[in-house]
Design a protein around this ligand. Structure first.
Ligand code: RFL
Ligand code: PHB
Length: 390
């Protein structure tokens, strides 16, 4: 079999790239090792930047997102028992974010791909990018005990942090930068109304807490937990009690509890692989970089990578120019590192670190105080949160 672009991974980055390519008449095929149902069962991001929303529109997949997504013009930083609102729109000349779950965005892209008649192969085992340093790359995979080969012009590695694409690159050609944080996030989903109409990020002596949502009747809550914490130890009652302890009283009193239907623990990590292109193999999204979720940047970075790569592939096929493909890695990484910095900074400011000294604690308090009393500082936070321009 032959196609122009093989996309490994049917997460948001692979699906978004696939949809843009299909609409531009560039033949592509998506391979994923998981089943469609498994992918749609994952609960992840919830905050979309305007650039991500624009790309969904460009991919003709934004209708439901506009209908059901919740535009947010600010959020709250809670500490010392009080709320401090960050007026995102007021500080950025009217920009907003859209609350719309990654699961829904993924479902929309899958539906539009299917309607466009483009091919996705799920439960494809052992996908392997081959000969991507030559002019004739190909990908092999196994399905139902049979090995298949797809010849192509390019391979897009959209297969997440644990995928095969980054691992296929020889060690000497790639460099990794990593920071592991000494805690994780325990998150739940429950069909209860959110505590507030905007997100609340709370810094508390017992640890960080985040009140987010998926809709006006579905809440997503997270609390900072230690890395050796086990899900078994956290029944719903314990979670709700701990969440309430970490919020200012006026929020704690308004927490509506109910049975959770999803509960998971995610470790926090910053990771960047450089470069993001290896001749005819490109790394996109989580395959190339991971950020801690505090800044709500992971999915949005996957989208900006897709923007740069799509531009490059379009120029290659339409204008016979490789200028943008050649610039892909540098352009993507320039934006990635700024989001890595922002996510690290938000994480450092909002969490309690196990080894915090009195000095570190005072610095954190000064940072929060500065942020809530300086328009310049709040503007820097807001412009990063709504997303830097592509
Ligand atoms: P994905 O979504 O991981 O998709 C990769 C796909 O590749 C498949 N795959 C393979 N397929 C074939 N062969 C292999 N060898 C393969 N290995 C893997 C997988 O099955 C999968 O389908 O990567 P992608 O597309 O780059 O998307 C990245 C985002 O998923 C991620 O950055 C965000 O979810 C991060 N994130 C957030 N991002 C935001 O922008 N805003 C947020 O509010 C936000 N909140 C979050 C988050 C991530 C979280 N977790 C669980 C890490 C909150 C949490 C708790
Ligand atoms: C979420 O709703 O899952 C979410 C929101 C904001 C974040 C991280 C996760 O910073």
């Amino acid at each position: 079999m032959r196609t122009q672009v093989v996309i490994i991974g049917s997460g948001p980055s692979g699906l978004l790239l696939g949809q843009l390519l299909t609409l531009a008449g560039i033949d592509n095929l998506i391979l994923d090792r998981a089943s469609k149902e498994h992918i749609l069962g994952r609960v992840r991001a919830g905050v979309l930047e305007e650039g991500t929303v624009r790309l969904m529109d460009e991919a003709h997949s934004g209708a439901r997102m506009h209908g059901e997504g919740l535009p947010h013009e600010g959020f709250s930083l809670a500490f010392d028992g009080r709320d401090h609102r960050i007026d995102l729109s007021g500080l950025t000349g009217g920009k907003r974010v859209l609350i719309y779950g990654q699961t829904e965005l993924t479902r929309d892209l899958m539906d539009h791909r299917q309607a466009a008649g483009a091919l996705s192969i799920y439960e494809a085992a052992n996908a392997t990018p081959c000969d991507f340093d030559s002019h004739a790359p190909y990908v092999t995979y196994e399905k139902d005990g049979v090995t298949h080969r797809i010849d192509c012009d390019f391979i897009a590695g959209c297969d997440g942090f644990h995928g095969v694409s980054r691992r296929s690159v020889p060690d000497r050609a790639i460099r990794a930068f990593e920071k592991i944080y000494p805690f994780g996030w325990l998150g739940i989903l429950a069909d209860v109304p959110p505590v507030d109409h905007e997100l609340v990020y709370a810094n508390h002596p017992r640890g960080f807490a985040l009140c987010s949502m998926r809709s006006l009747s579905r809440s997503r809550y997270y609390i900072q937990c230690s890395l050796d914490e086990k899900l078994d130890g956290w029944d719903d009652q314990r979670f709700w009690d701990e969440l309430r302890r970490r919020l200012p009283v006026h929020h704690a009193d308004r927490v509506v509890t109910g049975p959770s239907f999803e509960k998971s623990i995610a470790p926090l990590r910053s990771f960047v692989a450089e470069p993001m292109r290896f001749n005819r193999l490109f790394l996109v999204g989580d395959a190339a970089h991971i950020v801690p979720p505090t800044g709500a940047k992971g999915l949005n970075l996957a989208a900006s990578d897709v923007h740069y790569l799509f531009e490059g592939l379009l120029e290659h096929y339409q204008d016979r120019s490789n200028a943008s493909i050649d610039a892909y890695s540098a352009r993507a990484l320039a934006r990635v590192w700024k989001a890595v910095r922002f996510s690290w900074w938000m994480t450092t400011m909002m969490h309690r670190f196990p080894d915090t000294s009195d000095f570190d604690q005072k610095i954190q308090e000064a940072e929060l105080d500065y942020l809530t009393h300086s328009r310049a500082a709040a503007t820097a936070l807001a412009e990063n949160y709504v997303g830097l321009p592509f």
